[in-house]
Design a protein. Structure first.
Length: 424
């Protein structure tokens, strides 16, 4: 079917533009992008009424709990939540039970994803077996099976020799390694960022320097091995100078951040609200503002939802004992739009980080509005107000920190390869 989106405000993150225009789709790909209307359109015409049309979000770092914990999140529920949130490609993490560390496990989850999810799903694989940091996985075989990157997620490989060998082998194959920059001993057991607030609450805390120390080590190893490296979450101002130096020195280094660390701070924990317990913990407001500035400047490349489902039993515990993480697929877009409404970032800059940059980093053709690109699109109203009710979320787990919060920005429809997978 041929689709024509007319009277749309087109967000082009690749060229950094935002303008009224029209876009045509045929055969699952974009066939035309024009500044004006479309003369004598043949096919289905969708009048966007001036609303925003952008590339679908490419979410780097989604946890789907298959295999092992399907009661928390399945590929079906995650896929429906992604479609509702404007996410057209989920890049899934390997921190499952068991970990995705073999071609057989990877092929299983790929098959499940293709059967159940209405959006694109690409999987990352573990860098070491069992994510235990002791023995490297078969990176080559996993790449052949479809792994797009390799990570042990929040398990830091403390053995520098193991990590350096894995980076060297990944370099020889051109594989992307994603790491969690954190000094593992300092950060062990931490539930908050060190400071007056954590002390008053009696919470075990970690200094922001632990992130800086972890990143310094990783960058030194990248300089030694020449590997392709991505830091999954940079959340403190202390970590920005080494990141800037690494990029200035020409290392193949990029950095990401989760949307919750861009829009929340340490004080949101308030009286031990466990839905706000994340890893790394929420930071001070000064750090949050520094991250937003780094994102707008391009120093931080990628924003993701860091979608981490946890059931009620895992969260309804004392703060120290509660599981870390929050769901984010459905709240990703309205949470990100908080930064735009606050005039801290432009929409092209935001979509550069949420769509174009993650696609480019992984070598995907999506994340752009150009002729020949996949027609993975999101149509949204950036001004539509609503109060989030977590009981309406499509995720199986509903551990969102935004429950009861007034938000702005609703997805009107989501398209994957030109097919509508969600509409209001």
């Amino acid at each position: 079917m041929t689709l024509h989106f007319i009277n749309a405000t087109l967000i082009d993150p690749e060229n950094g533009t935002e303008q009224t225009g029209s876009l045509s789709v045929e055969g699952g790909r974009i066939t035309a992008v024009t500044a004006g209307g479309i003369a004598n359109p043949k096919g289905q015409v969708i009048d966007c009424g001036g609303k925003y049309l952008a590339p679908g979000i490419v979410d780097l770092g989604v946890k789907v709990c298959e295999p092992g914990e399907r009661h928390k999140e399945s590929y079906r529920s995650a896929g429906l939540a992604a479609a509702k949130g404007g996410v057209t490609t989920m890049i899934t993490r390997p921190d499952t039970t068991p970990a995705i560390d073999s071609p057989e496990t990877l092929e299983f989850v790929t098959r499940r994803a293709n059967e159940a999810a209405p959006v694109n799903v690409l999987a990352m694989a573990a860098l070491t077996k069992g994510r235990e940091g002791r023995e490297m996985t078969e990176i080559s075989f996993l790449m052949d099976a479809g792994a797009v990157a390799f990570t042990d997620c929040d398990h830091v490989i403390s053995d520098t020799r193991v990590f350096s060998r894995a980076l060297t082998y990944a370099r020889s194959l051109g594989a992307l390694v994603i790491a969690h920059p954190q000094e593992p001993i300092l950060s062990k057991g931490a539930a908050a960022t060190s400071g007056k607030f954590a002390s008053l609450r009696g919470l075990p805390a970690v200094s922001p320097m632990a992130e800086r120390m972890g990143l310094d080590r990783d960058i030194a190893l990248v300089e030694m091995t020449g590997a392709r490296y991505h830091a999954d979450q940079i959340t403190t101002a202390r970590a920005l100078p080494p990141l800037e130096r690494a990029k200035r020195n020409g290392l193949d280094v990029t950095a990401g951040i989760g949307i919750h660390h861009l829009t929340l701070n340490a004080l949101d924990v308030a009286n031990y609200r466990t839905f706000f317990k994340l890893k790394p913990p929420l930071r001070d407001e000064e750090d949050r503002l520094a991250m937003v500035e780094a994102l707008a400047s391009g120093l931080i490349d990628i924003v993701c939802s860091m979608h981490t489902p946890q059931d009620e039993e895992s969260k309804r515990l004392p703060f120290e004992e509660a599981a870390s993480g929050a769901v984010g697929l459905e709240t990703f877009l309205p949470a990100a739009l908080r930064l735009w409404h606050a005039e801290m970032i432009t929409l092209p800059e935001l979509w550069r980080a949420m769509s174009f940059n993650p696609a480019k980093r992984l070598g995907l053709p999506s994340g752009r509005l150009e002729v020949g690109a996949p027609a993975d699109l999101v149509l949204f109203d950036a001004h539509a107000p609503f109060v989030l009710d977590r009981s309406t979320l499509l995720s199986k787990s509903r551990n969102t920190p935004f429950d009861g919060v007034r938000m702005q920005g609703k997805v009107l429809s989501t398209y994957v390869a030109g097919a509508c997978v969600y509409t209001v």
